[in-house]
Write a protein that binds this ligand. Structure first.
Ligand code: TPP
Ligand code: MG
Length: 906
């Protein structure tokens, strides 16, 4: 590459070069830059066809993309907007500094918003529309740790009171009035829309939100509009794979309703983002390569005259040569340093600034701090058709913080300012706070009637109202179908064997036929529709494709061909679980973001869900998502051939950690139906802010009818599947002591079937009776149990609540044994709620999975019928109901190897 660069940089015939450039200049002059572009492309094409190797150069010069002559002019009052911005800056800084003067080290960030204040301000004043009768509203994803700046604006607008600013990061003491550390819809449900602070989650969500807006429009669910998704992110944040991982989708689908604003302050937490390179150039190349319109806002207006005089291109060359670490140093060390170390490099550039004072040089501003440049870029962005836009705005981290933080490496962590720094800040932004008050860093509000506040309010009114604001519920009242509508899957299958995956897909198909809900169902797959038997949907409801289907699909002669359609309902997101999840989140929050309640089902390999994209799942809870996540091919021994990386034995534990997730591991199709119906009712009809995680399996077996009265138990997580008739004290009354020993067997998922088989073995081989409990949700059982336990502790003299599990098992005889296809911890969660004295043995699939047949795997992990029966006998022996010899007999007859190693260990 170096060699090639050398060749390209050698000018063999400068006169010829000059002539070519003169011709080009003439074209630009007479016919404009577009014509020049066209000619250049033609020439490049001709050279390439002649066999010349012309590597693609995705970057442009290190100057603004929009030439000064092309800039749209802001209609705003620049001086007024500067004053407003200064007030916002001050209050944002004060909020953090005051919070950190209280005991408790509450944290917060000053430097990031200081760098992006102008970027937000121009949006708030001129571009971002709130939802109103005339417009659905834009969706803004804020850089999470810039939240103080957003609160400061709301304070000036009168939406937040002064005491609330002092409750920044005090969400416990604040009793609902506090301001959350970062954007969290869970904590401020009328305000924040999208959680963004986990780096990378904002950008990927923004892309899929924008896609979903188009999806809603193409499907005719909302009218077409010019609404936009604006996403703010940091330059350091772009290192996260999620940040850039889906940008090609936005380019491919021509998401011109999407605008990224990357705040390129050249720094991240520890130091420079690309000290030895140039982040803006790097990003420009990546975004342009992905089909985005990249707008660089590098230099502010003060540079325009210098650039205009740069006829030989020396300043541009210098700008290109200088690395980010050096640019940062210039802002840190000031005008004299910049004269010497930047402009001083070439005589031409040194000369250029000879008439400028050091202060003038210092004032040469960066594009992201120049409202005119920012306005011009935003104006171009919102008017760009057919492609998404990224704005790469160069800024200064800690702008205005002076020696306390401006362009300083540690500035990200700077939360406390000394009196001198506060004074400096006040002076720089001309905040009317007298010296004697400065020490307290008081907030400053100019009064509701002040011209500043009136201006802000007028601007917001013109744009439809205040932002941020969040809708809690969709207006339309939807009704969930009754359970009877799911009869196809509540009825037993007789001899026919199906999997719970098939049951679920049938359930979705039934919902698709529902008059009201059918069009609101959003099936989402990450290239695994065939794995889950959903390919029927391709033909039936189509795969969403914004430009329709431009080719004849290979399988077009088949009934279930691969049908892409602009009105398609299935979102086929390719091999990207993060993309599928972000897409699901967009659909799952559509009730709030677009006032359109949708019901998404994202179906994926369960191992590649909570484990792989858990942070998005967490954010989905925060965001009050409503919908179904479906962990397909679940269970460590049920997905038999795929091995260690595929076999999930723990996703329920992770799902159970998200407070508003309802997590289920059903065995029978009627359980799937009951869970589905209840979920639809709670999320669509009642509009509860919960979402569901349901694991389904690919093992085929026959399914019984829905047992009468089991619905409530299924939803609560446990019901009596088969009563031995002798297991309860009631039924055992009057019987002699010699009555058959009894056990309580618990299970979920496919392993419940092993449990049922174990009961037969126990009866046949040992005369032991079993009550069998199906437990579709150990998570729900645990939550209920701990809730009761907590309440009882706090109400010691009241009648004590009985945990659901305790109530069910109380009075039953014998030890309890649970087995699932998940790690032991899963079923072990209810241990505390077993009735006093009831022994509890838990079997599970702890250890790395491996590929083999189901039978071998279940034996290996010791969860098959023999191991369950053996565990039951061992528990009875411990209880003195049987003896050790019986256990030994089971080991022998069931061929259990007592000396083999624990599966956990190998
Ligand atoms: C996933 C994740 N990892 C780490 C962090 C901690 N963190 C918060 S801000 C930050 C630096 C951000 O730098 P940049 O994106 O450049 O934003 P700036 O503050 O410079 O605008 C880091 C590492 C986080 N919030 N999320
Ligand atoms: Mg940064």
């Amino acid at each position: 590459m170096d060699q090639l660069d050398d060749i390209l940089n050698q000018d063999l015939d400068p006169t010829e070069t000059r002539e070519w450039i003169d011709s080009l200049d003439a074209v630009i002059h007479h016919d404009g830059t577009e014509r020049a572009h066209f000619l250049l492309e033609k020439m490049v094409d001709t050279t390439r066809r002649s066999g010349g190797y012309l590597p693609f150069n995705p970057t442009t010069e290190y100057v603004n993309t929009i030439a000064p002559s092309q800039e749209a002019k802001s209609p705003g009052d620049a001086a007024m907007e500067w004053r407003i911005r200064s007030l916002i800056r001050w209050n944002a800084m004060a909020m953090v500094v005051r919070a950190n003067r209280k005991p408790g080290e509450l944290g917060g960030h000053i430097a990031s918003f200081a760098s992006s204040a102008t970027l937000y301000d121009v949006g708030f004043n001129h571009f971002w529309r709130a939802p109103s009768a005339d417009h659905p509203g834009d969706l803004i994803l804020h850089q999470g740790h810039s939240s103080p700046g957003i609160y400061a604006r709301s304070f000036l607008e009168g939406r937040l009171a002064e005491d609330q600013l002092d409750l920044f990061r005090m969400e416990v003491a604040g009793h609902g009035r506090a301001l959350s550390s970062y954007p969290h819809p869970w904590l401020m449900p009328d305000y924040w829309q999208v959680p963004t602070v986990s780096m990378g989650l904002g950008p990927i969500q923004a892309i899929y939100q924008a896609q979903f807006f188009k999806y809603l429009e193409h499907r005719g669910l909302v009218p077409k509009s010019d609404r936009k998704v604006w996403c703010f992110l940091g330059d350091g944040e772009t290192d996260e794979p999620e940040s850039l991982g889906a940008i090609s989708l936005a380019g491919r689908e021509g998401l011109d309703n999407l605008i990224f604003v990357i705040n390129c302050n050249l720094q991240r937490l520890d130091g420079p983002v690309r000290g030895n390179g140039k982040i803006i150039q790097e990003l420009e190349g990546q975004f342009r390569g992905a089909g985005w319109n990249a707008l660089k806002v590098v230099w502010g207006s003060y540079w325009d005259p210098l650039l205009a005089r740069d006829s030989k291109g020396v300043l541009r060359k210098l700008m290109m040569e200088t690395v980010d670490g050096e640019y940062q140093a210039c802002k840190a060390f000031g005008g004299a340093y910049t004269r010497e170390h930047f402009f001083g490099k070439y005589p031409e550039t040194r000369e250029m600034v000879a008439n400028l004072s050091d202060d003038d040089i210092w004032r040469l501003n960066r594009g992201g701090h120049d409202p005119h440049k920012v306005y011009a870029a935003y104006h171009t962005a919102v008017n760009t058709k057919g492609m998404p836009t990224v704005i790469l705005a160069k800024t200064v981290k800690g702008y205005g913080m002076g020696a306390a933080g401006e362009s300083q490496n540690p500035t990200h962590q700077q939360k406390k300012l000394d009196d001198e720094s506060v004074r400096h800040f006040r002076d720089r932004f001309q905040i009317p706070i007298p010296d004697d008050k400065l020490h307290d860093v008081p907030y400053y509000h100019p009064g509701k009637e002040s011209p500043e506040v009136q201006y802000m309010l007028e601007r917001r009114q013109a744009l439809g109202g205040a932002l941020p604001q969040r809708r809690r519920k969709a207006e339309a009242k939807l009704k969930a179908p009754e359970l009877a509508a799911f009869e196809q899957i509540t009825k037993g299958t007789g001899e026919r064997e199906i999997s719970t995956t098939m049951a679920l897909v049938r359930g979705i198909n039934l919902l698709l036929r529902d008059k009201q809900l059918g069009e609101r169902i959003v099936p989402i797959v990450a290239d695994e529709a065939r794995t889950f038997g959903m390919e029927g949907m391709f033909r039936q409801i189509g795969i969403y494709a914004p430009f329709g289907q431009k080719y004849k699909p290979q399988d077009s002669d088949q009934l279930l061909y691969y049908r892409e359609d602009q009105k398609g309902q299935v979102l086929q997101q390719g091999i990207s679980e993060a993309g599928g999840m972000a897409s699901w989140m967009a659909a799952a929050t559509s009730y709030s973001v677009s006032n359109q309640a949708m019901l998404p089902f994202f179906i994926y390999y369960s191992m590649f869900g909570f484990q792989r994209i858990g942070d998005l799942c967490w954010a989905a809870g925060d965001m009050r998502s409503r919908g179904f996540l479906v962990g397909g091919t679940s269970g460590r021994t049920t997905l038999n051939g795929e091995g260690l990386q595929h076999e999930d034995g723990h996703s329920h534990l992770m799902a159970g950690a998200v407070p508003n997730v309802k997590s289920y591991d059903p065995t029978f199709s009627y359980e799937v139906a009951v869970i589905l119906q209840d979920g639809v009712r709670r999320m669509m009809q009642e509009q509860e802010d919960i979402y569901y995680y349901v694991t389904v399996m690919n093992e085929n077996y026959s399914h019984p009818d829905l047992p009468k009265g089991s619905e409530e138990g299924i939803i609560k997580g446990m019901y009596l599947f088969r009563d031995s008739g002798v297991g309860s004290r009631e039924s055992g009354k009057g019987k002699s002591k010699a009555a058959a020993p009894c056990v309580q067997l618990l299970g979920s998922g496919t392993i419940l079937r092993e449990v049922i088989a174990a009961a037969e073995l126990l009866e046949k081989d040992f005369g032991v009776k079993s009550d069998i409990w199906s437990c579709p949700s150990f998570i729900e059982l645990r939550r209920d149990g701990f809730d009761a336990e907590r309440w009882n502790r706090l109400h010691p003299e009241a009648e004590q609540r009985v945990p659901y599990v305790t109530g069910l098992l109380d009075g039953r005889t014998g030890p309890a044994i649970a087995a699932t296809d998940y790690v032991r911890e899963y079923a072990d969660q209810i241990r505390a709620f077993l009735p006093d004295g009831m022994r509890y043995t838990v079997l599970g699939t702890d250890g790395f999975g491996r590929s083999d047949t189901r039978a071998h795997l279940r034996d290996f992990f010791e969860v098959d019928r023999y191991w369950v029966a053996h565990a039951a006998l061992a528990a009875l022996a411990k209880d003195g109901k049987m003896n050790a010899k019986d256990v030994s007999r089971a080991i022998k007859e069931y061929k259990l190897d007592p000396d083999r190693p624990n599966p956990l260990s190998h």
